[in-house]
Design a binder for this molecule. Structure first.
Ligand SMILES: *Cc1c(COP(=O)(O)O)cnc(C)c1O
Length: 398
């Protein structure tokens, strides 16, 4: 979409809905339904002849305005148009899209190091509905092509880049190309980088989903998700139909809070990137740290690939403390300034020790296969003064 203004200005300008009251800020449309002028207009709207608002589960001014803004961000500087639908969570963005474009007998090809909830959704829920998921290493493109050639019925390639917890990246352009060649939709979870740092449509993917709960909101005070797609027929057809009938729409309030948070996206992301880079460099030279996983370090195996497809390296990193489980737990107990919270993308720095929390019930071998060792710490680097974050890490490591 050709824009007259720059990315940062799109973030800042209020999401507007064309109503008859000229409020400067977007009001909260706490209404479950919308009135018709006449029965004929009602019929026209219901039959799709006229565009209009009907019922809050179908669309609402708050959810539509915020979704449209995210679509503009994802399409910034690109030809063509995309549309977006706001959902009740990141998980419901994934499940709604999956239910919208996949059916019994279809297969999904994806990676082992997905967001935990996504893996469980694919295996436990979609599996029960006859959608089979194949997990493989998506970094090995020959292997991906081999599977696409041999397996019949792969309808979607699903990926995340950079991915938890080692910030491993996959080649978006190459996977999008393979998807086209083998008639599989390509779907990317763009939650970690946001459209400011990475625009997957640039590389030819079909669909983008976000957990807007994270960086797009940025303030940790709402749960929502979004599906962005360029195929108008699919988006306005089966995808919207699924959202409407499965009832996975976002609430107007969550959309309103999200819209407010999104206005500082560019500023926040710049600061997340510079803080994370400084912290990664500090940790890398620390004698008690065995390894740092940050895409902005030249020591990261995917540094070059990340540089090719991202305009900055984001705020997520992980590092491994020398010593085992006890060292990790001790570190967590000694953290004072940063918060111990199981989310990411907030304005404040969040620390997580996967081995004693999110992955406590996962057997050690399985954990370690995905890079989650006993001493691994994940940081969602915030936008505070960076010296305060480093000072806290310093005393907790000591
Ligand atoms: C949090 C997260 C999700 C799930 O989003 P919710 O808003 O919690 O439902 C999906 N993918 C990634 C990468 C996430 O970080």
């Amino acid at each position: 979409m050709k824009e007259k203004i720059n990315f940062g200005s799109i973030c800042v300008k209020e999401a507007k809905f064309q109503g008859d009251i000229r409020s400067h800020q977007m009001p909260l449309y706490a209404t479950s339904s919308f009135e018709f002028d006449s029965i004929n207009q009602g019929i026209d709207i219901f039959s799709g002849k006229e565009k209009g608002l009907v019922y809050g589960r179908y669309a609402n001014p708050n959810t539509s305005a915020v979704a449209d803004k995210i679509a503009r961000m994802e399409m910034f500087g690109l030809e063509g148009e995309a549309s977006a639908l706001l959902t009740s969570s990141g998980m419901s963005a994934i499940s709604t899209l999956a239910m919208g474009v996949l059916g019994h007998g279809d297969k999904v090809l994806t990676q082992g190091n997905l967001y935990g909830g996504t893996t469980e959704l694919f295996v436990k829920v979609l599996g029960r509905m006859g959608v089979e998921t194949i997990f493989t290493n998506l970094q090995d493109l020959n292997n991906v092509e081999d599977i696409l050639r041999k397996e019949k019925g792969i309808k979607a390639l699903y990926f995340e880049t950079p991915a938890n917890p080692t910030m491993a990246c996959v080649d978006i352009a190459a996977l999008a190309q393979l998807g086209k060649q083998y008639s599989a939709y390509t779907i990317i979870d763009n939650t970690f980088p946001t459209p400011y740092l990475q625009q997957p449509f640039r590389f030819g993917v079909d669909f983008i989903i976000h957990s807007t709960t994270k960086y797009l909101n940025g303030h940790g005070n709402s749960i929502a998700g979004v599906i962005v797609g360029k195929d108008k027929e699919l988006m306005e057809g089966p995808v919207w139909q699924t959202l409407k009938l499965a009832g996975t729409n976002a609430s107007p309030f969550e959309a309103w809070v999200l819209g407010n948070g999104m206005r500082t996206l560019e500023l926040r992301m710049d600061r997340h990137c510079s803080n994370a880079q400084s912290i990664a460099e500090y940790l890398e030279q620390h004698p008690k740290v065995a390894r740092v996983n940050y895409n902005g370090l030249t020591s990261h195996p995917d540094h070059e690939l990340a540089k090719k497809q991202m305009r900055g390296f984001g705020g997520m990193l992980s590092f491994e403390l020398k010593g085992g489980l006890d060292t990790g737990i001790q570190f967590m107990n000694d953290i004072q300034f940063c918060s111990l919270a199981p989310t990411l993308g907030d304005v404040d720095t969040l620390v997580l020790h996967p081995a004693s929390s999110s992955h406590y019930n996962v057997p050690r071998e399985m954990r370690e296969r995905n890079g989650i060792t006993d001493g691994l710490i994940r940081l969602s680097v915030g936008i505070e003064s960076v010296t305060d974050i480093i000072n806290d890490l310093e005393q907790a490591i000591a």
